[in-house]
Write a protein that binds this ligand. Structure first.
Ligand SMILES: [Zn+2]
Length: 132
């Protein structure tokens, strides 16, 4: 089977999480997130956020489909540091920038996950607790 790049590819935002961008790619190409993750070869059809969640994925095929370079992909992943006693990096979107989220629905930026982030690095506004 010939692997072709996706017909629609919204550009990733600066500091966007890979999981956020893959979900936006799925929406842009009229796929369900689960179906799209399966097509990309992601384990358990889950959105990856760390390097370890990409183990076993054919990254060359992934890069062809998404037109994402390995270095760009690396910059979209959360780096976990097991040697730190505490990481202070959330595993979920506990805070959000409502302005950026209104401009790009569903977007999640990497620095929003950091407990020490209080300001959106993209627009400069204060981050808010994500509504439940
Ligand atoms: Zn913002």
């Amino acid at each position: 089977m010939t692997i072709r790049p996706l017909p629609k590819r919204p550009a990733p935002l600066r500091d966007e999480l890979l999981s956020s961008w893959i979900a936006r790619l799925a929406v842009a190409n009229y796929c369900s997130v689960q179906e799209f993750c399966g097509y990309l070869g992601l384990a358990d059809e889950r959105l990856p956020e760390t390097r370890s969640e990409l183990q076993g994925v054919n990254l060359e095929r992934f890069g062809t489909i998404t037109r994402l370079s390995p270095s760009a992909m690396n910059s979209m992943l959360i780096r976990r540091c097991p040697r730190f006693p505490v990481e202070c990096i959330s595993r979920s979107d506990f805070q959000v920038c409502s302005t950026c989220n209104n401009e790009t629905p569903g977007v999640s930026l990497r620095h929003w996950r950091y407990a020490w982030s209080t300001i959106c690095n993209s627009c400069g506004l204060e981050l808010r607790k994500r509504p439940v």
